[in-house]
Design a protein around this ligand. Structure first.
Ligand SMILES: CC(C)(COP(=O)(O)OP(=O)(O)OC[C@H]1O[C@@H](n2cnc3c(N)ncnc32)[C@H](O)[C@@H]1OP(=O)(O)O)[C@@H](O)C(=O)NCCC(=O)NCCS
Length: 185
């Protein structure tokens, strides 16, 4: 549905779930993703969650497809129609695809969708202070740090700050302008 240079963001399909359950049972990925505390999840549990997701119309949930391979998933949720804001989430479960620009491409497609098609004014997210890879990916897409919730997360035997990041539509639009030509002498 949303096509980037490296990824296609499309609906999650039933045949993605076997791989998805592997990603959800990887403790390293789940600790980095920072959602629910890691716990074992079975395929029927994930299938039930998928069935529930089909009933709700508010959140937007995409599979991240790279060359017809399901490598992870990403979301826009907590849509606030008055403030025109929403929260972005992403997790690439296939570690072979970490640090190779797939996350950046997916986040860029999500921002384009949020601003141009959903008329959002600000997109925000939270990540761990130690998740340097995620922060670099988000900064490359125009997010800036807006604040920190100190010692907000319990992550692998220590408390960590939650880094809140956001990008305004005006900032995102300014980044879409082509570089100005240097003045001719
Ligand atoms: C976070 C995530 C979406 C980023 O996607 P990605 O494809 O790996 O990231 P990108 O390649 O687009 O960008 C990563 C940036 O971090 C850098 N990087 C890569 N590995 C790194 C590491 N181990 N430590 C610090 N920086 C690292 C890259 O050089 C790049 O920065 P640069 O463009 O300034 O050079 C992905 O790694 C992921 O899903 N990880 C697991 C779950 C997770 O952390 N989710 C986010 C929760 S907020």
């Amino acid at each position: 549905m949303l096509k980037g240079d490296k990824v296609l963001l499309r609906a999650v399909r039933p045949d993605d779930l076997e791989r998805y359950v592997e990603f959800l049972n990887d403790v390293e990925t789940q600790v980095l993703a920072g959602g629910a505390l890691p716990r074992p999840l079975s395929l029927p549990q994930v299938q039930a969650h998928y069935q529930e997701s089909l009933k709700q119309e508010h959140d937007v949930w995409f599979a991240i497809d790279a060359g017809q391979r399901f490598i992870g998933q990403c979301t826009l949720q907590r849509f606030d129609p008055a403030g025109q804001t929403c929260q972005l989430g992403i997790s690439i479960g296939d570690k072979d695809y970490w640090g190779r620009g797939y996350g950046r491409d997916a986040v860029e497609q999500l921002l384009k969708y949020a601003f141009r098609l959903r008329n959002m004014r600000r997109v925000w997210l939270g990540t761990s202070e130690t998740n340097e890879r995620a922060q670099r990916c988000y900064r490359a897409c125009g997010f800036i740090e807006e604040g920190r919730l100190r010692q907000h997360r319990w992550t692998d035997n220590r408390y960590e700050d939650e880094v809140l990041m956001g990008v305004l539509r005006t900032e995102w639009e300014a980044r879409q302008q082509p570089e100005a030509e240097p003045p001719t002498p």
